[in-house]
Write a protein that binds this ligand. Structure first.
Ligand SMILES: [Zn+2]
Length: 333
């Protein structure tokens, strides 16, 4: 179903269900102006998402064969169906840094390096294998890479008279792009800022201090005049951007404080052990009973916070031996 949420230019929201996933849905936005259109993000590479997206597009007279597709970032719920738009008259746009990272994930050794990073932080091998097998972050990605036109900060994509400006906002992923219609003060936020849930911040192999980058770019968001804020998941904006940015920054500060507390009580804990000592919303499940893929996300988030604390000079990483292998552990300074 497509819902009209803005009339000049016409902007529709297609609700793409992400069944079984805590995110619940993807808000796919479609801009129509002067006989042209642009689609922002797609949903998982999964039949249910494909059907919802194609039905929604059909309803508003947009064909995947003649449009522009803007992919904000490499997460499977955004990029999953991008290959369904690989037609001669459709251009697929994606940020340069993000596309390069995605390409290396699909064709290079990046996924293996990410797995190795988890092993090094004490994630048990059996749990890791299970998490990898069931992880929607990788199983619903497109089969392969596809041709894209890459974007950099400030590049513009035109849809009729509407100009979408690409803004480089890494943090949630290595190179997420969000899009701004300056004269209408409309911001397509992707996963940079969500109102009902907190965007996941994780440690990416080869990326320096994601949390620091994320916090910097949350602040940067406040430099833009935004009248209409369009997040990629769940409900539309329900409070001022400034207030939501403040809440998310406070959430991360609180988490940093919790990690310091865990390390005070358990000096030398691994990333995996620290994550187990924090509070997570795991649908009422205790850490030991949580699904392995949720532990995988929780450990990734913990590692981003540990890296941030190291950069801030509050903790230090040391090597220790665990079950015959060397792992990272952490102590307060
Ligand atoms: Zn995302």
């Amino acid at each position: 179903m497509a819902e009209l949420i803005y009339s000049n230019p016409e902007i529709y929201r297609i609700n793409v269900p992400l069944t079984g996933n805590p995110l619940k849905n993807l808000n796919c936005y479609v801009i129509k102006d002067g006989g042209e259109s642009a689609v922002i993000d797609t949903g998982f590479r999964m039949e249910e998402c494909h059907r919802a997206l194609m039905d929604g597009l059909h309803e508003i007279g947009v064909s995947p064969e003649h449009t522009k597709l803007l992919i904000t970032h490499l997460h499977s719920d955004h990029i999953g169906l991008a290959a369904s738009f690989d037609y001669p008259d459709t251009t697929i746009y994606m940020g340069e840094t993000e596309y390069e990272y995605y390409r290396r994930m699909k064709e290079g050794d990046l996924l293996g390096r990410i797995d190795q990073q988890y092993r090094l932080e004490g994630f048990p091998e059996e749990e890791l294998q299970d998490a990898i097998k069931t992880n929607p972050a990788s199983i619903y990605l497109p089969d392969a890479t596809f041709p894209v036109t890459t974007l950099r900060e400030g590049d513009e994509v035109r849809v009729g008279d509407t100009v979408l400006t690409a803004l480089f906002m890494p943090g949630h992923t290595p190179g997420q792009m969000i899009f701004y219609i300056r004269d209408k003060k409309i911001m397509f936020l992707a996963d940079h800022l969500l109102f009902d849930i907190t965007p996941n911040i994780t440690k990416w192999a080869g990326v320096d201090n994601s949390l620091q980058q994320y916090m910097h770019n949350l602040d940067r968001l406040l430099e833009f005049d935004i009248a209409v804020a369009l997040p990629a998941h769940r409900g539309l904006a329900n409070k001022r951007i400034k207030d939501r940015v403040g809440e998310i920054l406070a959430h991360h500060e609180k988490r940093l404080g919790q990690i310091m507390q865990v390390l005070k009580e358990h000096p030398g804990a691994t990333g995996y052990e620290i994550a187990g000592g924090l509070t997570w919303s795991m649908r009422g499940k205790a850490w030991k009973d949580a699904p392995n893929r949720q532990k995988w996300f929780a450990v990734g988030e913990t590692l981003a916070h540990l890296e941030y604390l190291q950069a801030r000079g509050e903790i230090r990483q040391i090597k220790k031996e665990e079950n015959g292998r060397e792992v990272n552990s952490y102590i307060l300074i």
